[in-house]
Design a protein around this ligand. Structure first.
Ligand code: 13P
Ligand code: SF4
Length: 336
């Protein structure tokens, strides 16, 4: 399905000439983007893993739960999602009548890709008594096969709201699933998927950094592996990590998640120091290559030409909406 999406995306880009278009380097992109937003009653929803310049033009910036909640309530006619494919899909699931744009349709997700729909259907069939909870970082097809969607900020509460003897399948992130199992004392059956960005962190290098900076707190996203999470002073979603850095008395943080979030951490606490947690090799692997496919130029082009648009089969959308709505209703009942 995803390959078909990619082909469709490339065709679309050729159709509107994006692949040939160069943006005039003297153009005031921020000014143009703001004018287009106004003219088209458009909203830019951006995830914290986007580059700082994209974060700065966003109308709403947040973690996956916040972004889904904003997508559900926006009155804009046009939604530009500065994030990855599953996030734009989420916006479309919640907004069938609105045009949803993703600046680069190739912005995928290794975690979503780790759960192909056919294999997941088989896994589900093998566990007929189980309730399926899927992390929002999955395709619309997986969502459609799920009972409840969750994000890193509501997963523990959602699992705790279910009867203790309820068997649960959790997909696709085994690290988040293991952390929820540990936190709640449950024994959910986990799909074997993971995020390439959060699995690349080096335990050895982080331990060395912690020795070098004994005054620093190590903060981590629950998509990290268990042995890393054991070292962490605080674990949470991107929004939770950002909030924590503001209220903690610590002046220095080793940040165990994608580097984009550091833009907001530095803006909110300019006197504090943020050190990106190092990956196992020397590349910038803790930058998500999918998130970073979006650029300010592509945001401008997408708004100007209203392409590439995220399209979805209506039956699939309706099936995926049910567990999404359940997540939104549960989150509201928890006061999230
Ligand atoms: P949150 O922002 O919901 O914590 O998700 C992190 C992530 O990996 C998004 O791709
Ligand atoms: Fe997917 Fe990981 Fe990138 Fe998030 S950071 S979009 S989970 S690959």
């Amino acid at each position: 399905m995803f390959n078909e999406d990619l082909k469709f995306a490339t065709d679309q880009l050729h159709a509107v000439g994006f692949l040939e278009l160069d943006v005039d380097p003297t153009l005031d992109l921020v000014g143009e983007i703001n004018a287009l937003k106004k003219q088209k009653n458009a909203i830019i929803l951006a995830h914290y893993y986007q580059t700082g310049d994209i974060q700065d033009v966003a109308d709403y910036l947040g973690d996956s739960l916040g972004l889904a909640q904003q997508a559900a309530k926006t009155e804009a006619d046009l939604i530009l999602f500065a994030g990855v494919h599953f996030m734009a899909e989420t916006a479309k699931i919640l907004n069938p009548s609105k045009k949803v744009l993703l600046p680069d349709l190739k912005a995928g997700c290794s975690l979503a890709d780790s759960a192909p729909a056919a294999l997941f259907a088989k896994f589900k069939e093998e566990h007929p008594e189980h309730l399926v909870i899927s992390y929002i970082n999955c395709t619309a097809e997986i969502k459609a096969m799920s009972d409840i969607i969750c994000t890193s900020s509501n997963a523990v509460k959602i699992v705790e709201s279910l009867p203790k003897d309820q068997p649960i399948l959790f997909a696709p992130d085994k690290n988040l699933g293991a952390w929820i199992n540990k936190t709640t004392g449950r024994n959910m059956t986990l799909w074997d998927g993971s995020c390439m960005v959060h699995e690349i962190f080096s335990l050895e290098k982080i331990t060395a950094l912690m020795h070098e900076h004994p005054d620093a707190e190590f903060i981590a996203h629950p998509e990290c592996e268990a042995e890393l999470l054991e070292l962490a002073h605080y674990i949470g979603s991107t929004t939770a990590l950002l909030n924590y850095t503001q209220k903690s008395a610590a002046q220095k943080f080793i940040v165990g998640t994608e580097t984009g979030i550091m833009h907001q951490m530095e803006l909110a606490s300019p006197d504090k120091t943020f050190i990106p947690a190092p990956p196992t090799n020397n590349c910038a692997c803790n930058d998500c290559p999918h998130m970073k496919r979006n650029t300010l130029e592509k945001v401008y082009l997408a708004l100007k030409y209203e392409q590439p648009e995220l399209l979805m089969d209506e039956n699939l959308r309706m099936a995926a909406l049910k567990p999404m709505q359940r997540m939104l209703d549960l989150s509201a009942s928890f006061g999230l």
